[in-house]
Write a protein that binds this ligand. Sequence first.
Ligand code: NCD
Length: 298
Amino acid sequence: MNHLIDIKNLKNEEILEIIELAKYYEKHVPEGTQRKKQKGSVVLLFFENSTRTRFSFEMASRKLGLDVFNFEAQNSSISKGEGVFDTLNNLNAIGCDIAIIRHTKEGFIEELARKHYAYELSLVNAGEGKSSHPTQALLDFYTLTKHLGSLDGKKIVIVGDITHSRVAKSNIELLSRFGAKIVCCSPDYFKDSTLKHIKYEFDINTALKDADAVMGLRIQKERLENQIPLANYIKDYQINEKNMPKNAILMHPGPVNRDVEISSALLDTKGDVIIEQPRNGVFVRMAVLDIIFEGVQR
Ligand code: NCD
C-alpha cells in the first residue's frame, strides 16, 4: 500500500490486515522505538506567536531523543469549537506526555492542570498572558550567573514595558529570591502597580548607574489598550551607546525592535548576550523536560 487516501480504495482483506497489525502493535513495541516510547512525546501548543521559545523547546526535545509534535490551532478541531482541555485530553490519549503551552490568558494553564486527564499529562508554561514565563526566567538566571557569578547584591535594571511583560514578572520573582537588587525603569504608563516591593526609577540615567545587568523589554503592542507616545518613549527610555554602563551586560528576551527599546548601534556592538540567551534556553529547557520525564518514567 503506497497511500491511504480513502476507504473505498481498500479491499476487505486489506482492512482486516491493518486491524491485525494494530492489535499486534498495541501489545508489542518495535525494537527501534523502544527508547523513544520510554522517553515519551512532547506536543507544542502555541496560541501566540513565538520564535525563540518554540524552537528552543523543540530543539531541547529532539536533543533528549523525544518525539516532538507541533499543534497548529488553526488546522485543528479547535477551529471546530473544541476547547483546549478536550484537545489536550485527546492528545494525551494519543500518546503525548508533555504539553508545552503558550496562551494569552493569565491563569489558563493552571486551570488546565487542575482538570482530570485520562492518562498522565504534564503541562509546561511557555509564556502566559502578561503574568508568567517561567522558562524564560530560568534561562535568564542561567545566563546572568554565567556572566556575573552569584547574584547576591547585583543590580539588575529592567527597562521598558513592565506592565505587559510576563518576562519581567517571572524574572523579578526568581532573581529577587537569589539576592539580586532589581530596579524597574519605565515611564509611568508602563509602571506596574501590582509590583509592591520593587524599586522604580523613572530616569533612565539614574536607573542604569552602576548596573551589573540591563534587561530591555519589548513594547507589547498586542497587549496595549492605548497608544503610547513612541517618539518620546524612544527619546527618554531607549537603551543606547550613551546611557549603557560599560561594564554591564545587555540582555533582552527577544524579539528586539531595533531602534525602539535598544539602539541598533548598541545591539550590534554589545548584543552578544542577547544571542546567548536563546542558546542557553535550549539547555535549560532540556533540563526542565528531563526532570519532568524522570517523573513520568518512575
Ligand atoms: C517574550 C515573550 O513571549 O514573552 N519572548 C520570548 O519568549 N523570548 C518577550 C516578548 O515577546 O516581547
